[in-house]
Design a protein around this ligand. Sequence first.
Ligand code: C6P
Length: 407
Amino acid sequence: MTGSLADLKLDFPILSRTINGHRLVYLDSAATSQKPVSVIEAELDFYTQHNANILRSVHTLAEEATTLYSQARESVARFIHARRPEEVVFTRGTTESLNLVARGWGDKFLTAGDEIVVSPMEHHSNLIPWQEVARRTGAHLKFIELTPDGQITRDAARAVIGEHTRIVALSAISNVLGTINPISEIATMAHSVGAIMVVDGAQSVPHQPTDVATLGADFLAFSGHKMCGPTGIGVLWGKLSLLEACDPIMFGGEMISFVDREHATWAEVPEKFEGGTPNIAGAIGLGAAVHYLEGVGMDHIYRHSINLGEEAYRRLRSMDGVTVYGPSRPRSGLVAFNIDQIHPHDVAQVFDSRGVAIRAGHHCAQPLMQWLGVGSTARASFYFYNTEEDIDGLTEAVEGTKRYFRR
Ligand code: C6P
């Protein structure tokens, strides 16, 4: 850890900005986290000192760039305890990673009558690729129903996972409810019927220690930009044998082994999935982000996220005219809420006038909004650089919004 939590804020230049004359209270890290200086400098260093394409030329810059890109892959592999760096495929983010599994594995192995199990709390990125692969192959989507407070129980999962299940695809942490799902137990159920477990780790990998072996996943998708890394870079981790079985979905340069006029054969994993010039600077930035997070300590980040999430939930819940969604605990560091009679977009606008950045909308989870019976919600999301003082900023903004609309 590099210092106290208050000191860590100093690593993020943007957090010392003022917005509309107020100290910035950034409560939108579930949408994207802020970036520490070390990540910004890693990208700057790449472009000012080492910029070249990778895996192609033999000049010094090209070799340096290739080495830095490979080191970034090794750092990410270490961060999630992958057995080998080759199991880490660089993508643009969670969305692309999940599409890769749906196309590369689903299109190849699913047939009519097979079942894909998801839940109503999934982000569109972990739903639409499965809807589409179901449409293409004749497979069916099945949903694990949630408890009234938005949790997935083992019994509910057991009721849906059966002999026809080929894929179970769930988020480890919901981006709206903050629910922490029992992934490893559900993975055991999936494996017992011969299905694969696909985990959407967009909200979990940034906030909790990740060990792909204990998680029980076969594939894990996550985004760099939610874990202090740059936008446009993310990861699909997969068990090597499964990645080898997947078809590539992007064809072109550097993903081939041999090409003649009529045919092509593929490079080994992971290059097979990284056709074209990749986001080299982004991968290097993600490698720097991983080093930064390791320095802070993922156990520490996890405890802090949970403390802030539970405390914000408790305080918002005790306020008049505020509805809070999701379980009281365990919950991760984000809270979705509504203020009676005030549209969430108006809430977010008044918050912004006070320097408090939150997200409002359907959070790319429309089936979940339908389940909640609302069109949209406001959402405050925390990271390790947030403090109790930021929860004060949140609750004061709620009171301020209520006063503003009462006038
Ligand atoms: N959720 C949010 O504000 P991308 O956009 O590919 O980096 O991540 C997609 C994604 C997938 N799964 C979950 C659980 C997510 O939360 C997200 C991104 C952001 O909640 C933007 S919609």
